[in-house]
Ligand binder design. Structure first.
Ligand SMILES: NC(=O)c1ccc[n+]([C@@H]2O[C@H](COP(=O)([O-])OP(=O)(O)OC[C@H]3O[C@@H](n4cnc5c(N)ncnc54)[C@H](OP(=O)(O)O)[C@@H]3O)[C@@H](O)[C@H]2O)c1
Length: 493
């Protein structure tokens, strides 16, 4: 082929590509200098970042505000469902997304409040306070905790503890991803992330003239362009920058894409090393023109390749360190074979979401209930020994009875859940050992700080799925906690 009949190769695009992916870091530095951009790491995508949010209901309460704080410390994205936004602003970190709703009014539980929820922690409760006019002389003690004659103020237990919890369970159910799934990219939301994370890598890197890009269109990421076989080219792709830290998808079976294609056959690739031109793992899949489909890509079926050459004896994918992802349309399949569905020219692939699937079944709804919920009216109960809420259940609008019905609505929902029934709550600093029980017979106390810790930890424990248990603190301070061992004592419901 002479220079005359070759299409014009674009050096500028070649440099742009390598610069975007920081293969030529020096040029980035020059660009930063010229454009006055701070040389920061904020454009490096973070694979440890949680894409879904944890919705905390009752976030302005004693347990709820501590749950919010501890979730943030662990790097979760937190959305706080509150009734009073000014109160919430005054007590919660600026990092929290605040949404206003009342769980007793299901019409307030809108898509805005529930979309993209990974899990819910519910710490709501009716307000119980000392009877007006009660005074310190009349204070009583239960298990060493001072209390006054209590009364319910505001909404009644049936509405909050039962109907409210049920509303929240039923509304969130529609939005939760299946247990065992982890959202990696949600392209339905406008964000700058796409631009900062994904970039085109076309055959210009090998002398070709194909062209593609990725942009947000119709609440999807649209990978589109033109593949040309001129100049011995023949591929277009979009690839993410390297994630630091990488995605840890160990324990998952693979990646699932929700997409709509054009009838062509594409490749999905991932890398577990940060080298620009190194080993990748690839999987080819067909699309149907103009049809939405879920494409599951099992890690075990991905082929190790260098460019489009298969590598024998490559180790299996180490899913604990996935550095980058790539979508590609290529003339070639592998080892010189042709892509059977390839034709040069325009193409378009719309991706709505990317998630990991086949992971552990983790709890998706943690409900803080109360020890004693099954005790009112239970034969053989000696009320004199029982905590105030059990003794005063009737005077308090059946608070525990309605709490139990709220629990039932969650147990029956099909959502993967953890129901925590703490004994009397204190404002102490926490850090004590946990004592778990089932059967609703224990009495004692536990700090709100430790209950919050338990709620947050449950999100990461498979053995916390579909269990209901009581908890109190032990005498000893806990230096370290073997969470797996603690939760594995529990029987699931
Ligand atoms: N106190 C105890 O000894 C004890 C013992 C065992 C179990 N528990 C249970 O432990 C849980 C946490 O207790 P806590 O002391 O943290 O409770 P809390 O301080 O009274 O907090 C309750 C939270 O629920 C919110 N809330 C109430 N009604 C709501 C509604 N309709 N919609 C949305 N949010 C609503 C409140 O919001 P506002 O700020 O707007 O009022 C507040 O943020 C509760 O379920 C409680 O019953 C308590």
């Amino acid at each position: 082929m002479t220079n005359n009949n070759r299409s014009r190769w674009d050096l500028g695009r070649f440099i742009q590509t390598l610069t975007y992916f920081e293969v030529i870091p020096f040029l980035n530095w020059v660009q930063d200098l010229i454009q006055g951009r701070p040389n920061s790491s904020k454009n490096i995508p973070d694979g440890a970042k949680q894409v879904g949010v944890i919705l905390v209901a009752g976030a302005t309460g004693g347990v709820g505000k501590r749950v919010v704080k501890q979730l943030l410390e662990k790097g979760y994205k937190v959305r706080a469902l509150v009734r009073d936004i000014d109160k919430a602003r005054s007590m919660l970190s600026d990092e929290v997304e605040l949404v206003v709703a009342d769980i007793t009014k299901s019409e307030t539980l809108t898509p805005l409040i529930l979309a993209n929820t990974q899990a819910v922690i519910c710490c709501t409760a009716v307000r119980v306070q000392p009877v007006e006019g009660d005074n310190p002389e009349r204070a009583k003690y239960y298990q060493g905790i001072k209390f006054y004659q209590p009364e319910i103020v505001g909404d009644i237990p049936e509405n909050v503890e039962y109907q409210g919890v049920k509303n929240l369970v039923e509304s969130t159910k529609k939005y939760l991803h299946k247990a065992g799934e982890k959202l990696l990219f949600d392209f339905t939301k406008p964000s700058t992330e796409l631009k900062n994370t994904w970039g085109a890598v076309d055959d210009v890197v090998m002398g070709g003239v194909s062209q593609s890009n990725i942009q947000l269109v119709e609440e999807t990421a649209l990978f589109a362009g033109n593949v040309s076989t001129e100049n011995s080219g023949g591929f277009a792709s979009v690839r993410t920058k390297n994630f630091a830290p990488p995605f840890n998808l160990s324990g998952y079976e693979g990646v699932e894409l929700l997409l709509r294609g054009d009838g062509k056959r594409y490749k999905f690739l991932l890398r577990t090393e940060t080298q620009w031109d190194g080993v990748a793992y690839s999987y080819s899949f067909n699309t149907e023109a103009n049809t939405w489909m879920n494409v599951r890509i099992p890690f075990a079926e991905m082929i190790a390749v260098f460019r489009a050459k298969t590598l024998k004896d490559s180790p299996p994918i180490d899913a604990s360190k996935i550095c980058s992802f790539q979508l590609m349309l290529s003339k070639f399949e592998y080892d010189g074979e042709l892509n059977p569905k390839f034709s040069p020219g325009g193409f378009a692939l719309q991706v709505e979401s990317m998630k990991a699937y086949g992971g552990a079944n983790l709890p998706q709804f943690v409900l803080v209930s109360s020890a004693g919920v099954t005790r009112p009216g239970r034969p053989g109960i000696n009320l004199d020994e029982e905590p105030p809420a059990v003794k005063l259940n009737d005077q308090l609008g059946g608070i525990l009875t309605w709490k139990l019905k709220g629990e039932d609505s969650l147990r029956e929902s099909g959502i993967s859940y953890t129901i925590i029934r703490p004994c009397a709550l204190t404002e102490e600093v926490g850090g004590k050992e946990f004592i778990f029980e089932q059967g609703d017979n224990i009495r004692g106390k536990i700090s709100r700080e430790d209950v919050a810790k338990l709620c947050v930890e449950a999100l990461q424990q498979t053995k916390a799925s579909n269990v209901t248990f009581e908890v109190k603190e032990g005498e000893k301070t806990a230096s370290s906690i073997d969470w797996e061992k603690l939760f594995s004592q529990l029987q699931s419901n």
